[in-house]
Design a protein around this ligand. Structure first.
Ligand code: PLP
Length: 372
């Protein structure tokens, strides 16, 4: 028999994750000038990276020949001080996707199940499928998570519930009281993963302060990342905070050096660059207003967002969405089509610099005009 036929059926059935198109790829495909191309497809930080982090990472290069500190001691100490938890509650990951993967590998197996929402982050079903566990998608409500329905969807086999708040690609935020109610009623033998990759973009009034829930709920895992507001997406550092027993199991399946020394140094410096995160937040709020205003002028419906991106509905059908996406690409604007999210009429744009948002809106106007 052919080797690849021995791979489990559930592995062979995986549809590869489609990342945002890199600028270099569009330049190759359409022969555009790379200086005229903007990428608003992966919710990256338009301000780049914290200068303090850049400096620290440059210094870390001098230790490139050495293995990193596999325990991530310094970064864990800094995170534990920042969040008022003990270091043994922290799991570091090669991006928070790695942390999600560790949780799936610890708590899922073939026959087990995981609950997530329709239109939720595409990585969840991917991780579940890679293990041969069963995904239980729960229909969304107004594009957001229906937290009550998710509670009802839990089966005796369910070991993980994924909740993204804010969710990507919809930008929806779950209500704090709903989350608390969920945590109070969910069985303690189900791990609740609260994915807060966009937490730093929330106005103070909307912050859940989820980490304080860890004192009460031993089955909660909160994940955060350095990829978004800290501008380190390419360096891959994320973390989870959980009960020490949960963290301990996750750390056992982790690769011993899953975060590089450049990543550890960059994240540590970025964590202390409060000014950079504040600037990021302010730029994002302003950009969000700019985009919302632009969408209204174009009569384009959008989903109000709590992240660093906005998802909008192309007038007409999925064919129109494909055409608009194509036209945007021709004009050097990369956004994200959402077909794999069961939202074939929608596109998602990241919030960019003011000039990028402006270029996007002008290009969108032209793209929509071409439909007529
Ligand atoms: C971007 C994103 C992440 C972060 O992924 P990293 O692996 O940390 O880069 C996690 N969850 C959601 C919902 C995201 O959109």
């Amino acid at each position: 028999m052919y080797l690849c036929d021995f791979a489990p059926e559930y592995v062979r059935a995986i549809q590869p994750y489609q990342p945002g198109k890199p600028i270099s790829e569009l330049v190759r495909e359409l022969g555009l000038d790379e200086h005229n191309v903007i990428k608003l497809a992966s919710n990256e930080n338009p301000l780049g990276t914290s200068p303090l982090a850049l400096e620290a990472m440059n210094d870390a290069l001098n230790d490139a020949a050495r293995y990193p500190d596999g325990s991530g001691f310094d970064l864990k100490v800094a995170l534990s001080e920042r969040y008022g938890v003990s270091a043994d509650q922290i799991i570091l990951g090669n991006g928070s996707n790695d942390v999600l993967d560790l949780a799936a590998r610890v708590f899922l197996k073939p026959g087990a199940a995981a609950v997530y929402s329709q239109h939720a982050f595409a990585i969840y079903p991917l991780l579940v499928q890679a293990i041969g566990a069963n995904g239980i998608p729960v229909p969304a409500r107004d594009y957001g998570h229906d937290i009550t329905a998710m509670l009802d969807a839990i089966t005796p086999e369910t070991r993980i519930v994924f909740i993204a708040s804010p969710n990507n690609p919809t930008g929806t935020l779950s209500n704090k009281d709903d989350l608390q109610h969920f945590l109070e009623h969910v069985s303690r033998d189900v791990l609740v993963i609260l994915d807060e990759a966009y937490y730093e973009y929330l106005p103070e009034a909307n912050k859940t302060n989820s980490i304080t829930w860890l004192d009460q709920f031993s089955n909660l895992l909160v994940t955060r990342t350095f990829s978004k507001a800290y501008g380190l997406a390419g360096i891959r550092v994320g973390f989870g905070i959980a009960h020490p027993d949960v963290a301990n199991l996750m750390n056992r399946v982790r690769q011993p050096f899953n975060v590089s020394n450049i990543g550890l140094s960059g994240a540590l410096a970025a964590l202390h660059d409060v000014e950079f995160v504040q600037r990021t937040y302010a730029l994002n709020r302003a950009g969000m207003l700019q985009l919302a205003d632009g969408f209204r002028k174009l009569d384009v419906e959008y989903i109000p967002s709590y992240g660093n991106f906005m998802t909008f509905c192309v007038p007409g059908d999925a064919v129109n969405a494909t055409k608009v996406n194509q036209s945007l690409l021709q004009q050097g604007v990369i956004v994200r089509p959402l077909g794999i999210y069961e939202m074939p009429c929608h596109l998602r744009t990241s919030v960019g610099l003011e000039s990028e948002n402006q270029k996007f809106l002008k290009s969108l106007e032209r793209a929509i005009g071409e439909l007529a």
